[in-house]
Write a protein that binds this ligand. Structure first.
Ligand code: SF4
Ligand code: SF4
Length: 298
């Protein structure tokens, strides 16, 4: 299975717009939303029945049994995350607790236990043709990288014979992005033509380079700043990064997403441009190995 990951430097760049268009164009049998903090691919890719919903347990949380506590204060002094407070009794702030277990280890009377805590929910949708894996992290849970890994694992397990998996990543370069890059064949970066967009692009390229993962770049809303779009193209040329095209700003694109459709469901300039970006991206993805979907397009 070839894995294509779509990333952007920040939210609102059009990453999901591009990912959903690619899923439609390729008729992908396997796709995932790894933006577990704010998943929204399901808004466009609806209609698949639920196969499975599972609670996700991230890091455990400490729990203090106040009836056993002798108020020695050792746990509070040793918690480097400042997650233990005294409010009449000793209490753990579950949002600050990282589940390291130090408090339980130092407690002289065994009044502390680490308990599994739900950090989110994993969802798998599918029918006899395609599988969609996604998840939602609970607010305040800091285990997004682990959850992303789980989303991908479930996708691969549910669709082992799919030729292509399209993964909508999360914005930025944090933990979930690093988890989503692992094992993919190509990262398509959706850049925006702004100075911050160029700096974001640079950071994602460096992150992907650390994993020796090939990247390609396209620009969304490219005509909103032609000068910066040209700078992005030069950036790619100088570094030998394949450039897969420009998608214009298109009010129809917003309309499509708001009505649960992809930009290739409408006859619009953004839809036309993304088809071109798609075929160039497939060529990069197929380099070195055969990809049936690619030969079908040729
Ligand atoms: S498990 Fe670690 S982070 Fe959580 S309260 Fe105990 S010492 Fe602090
Ligand atoms: S270390 Fe144990 S006994 Fe001491 S304050 Fe914390 S919970 Fe209470």
């Amino acid at each position: 299975m070839k894995q294509l990951l779509i990333l952007s430097g920040k939210g609102g760049t059009g990453k999901t717009t591009v990912a959903s268009a690619f899923i439609k164009l390729s008729q992908a049998r396997a796709y995932a939303d790894c933006d577990v903090d704010a998943p929204n691919l399901h808004l466009v890719m609806q209609n698949l029945p639920v196969l499975d919903r599972t609670d996700y347990y991230g890091l455990p949380k400490a729990q203090i049994y106040t009836d056993q506590c002798i108020e020695c204060d050792l746990c509070r002094q040793h918690c480097r995350f400042e997650a233990i407070h005294v409010n009449g009794t000793y209490q753990v702030d579950p949002f600050a607790c990282e589940g390291c277990g130090v408090c339980a280890a130092v407690c002289p009377v065994r009044a502390i236990e680490l308990k599994p805590a739900t950090a989110g929910e994993l969802m798998l949708y599918g029918d006899d043709r395609s599988v969609f894996s996604t998840a939602q992290l609970k607010m305040g849970s800091g285990t997004s990288g682990l959850l992303v890994t789980e989303v991908k694992k479930r996708l691969m397990a549910a669709a082992p014979s799919a030729e292509l998996a399209i993964i909508d990543g999360s914005p930025g370069i944090g933990c979930p992005v690093i988890a989503s890059i692992s094992g993919v064949d190509l990262v398509l970066i959706v850049a925006e033509p702004s100075l911050s967009g160029i700096s974001d692009l640079d950071r994602i390229v460096l992150t992907a380079a650390k994993f020796q993962t090939p990247v390609a770049v396209c620009i969304n809303k490219a005509d909103t700043n032609e000068g910066n779009a040209a700078l992005i193209e030069s950036f790619c040329e100088e570094r030998g990064i394949p450039f897969t095209g420009r998608i214009p700003f298109d009010p129809m694109a917003v309309q499509a997403i708001n009505t649960g459709r992809t930009i290739v469901d409408l006859d619009c300039p953004a839809g036309d441009a993304v088809r071109e970006v798609f075929s160039k991206t497939l060529i990069q993805l197929g380099k070195g190995k055969s990809l049936t979907i690619l030969s079908k397009k040729e």
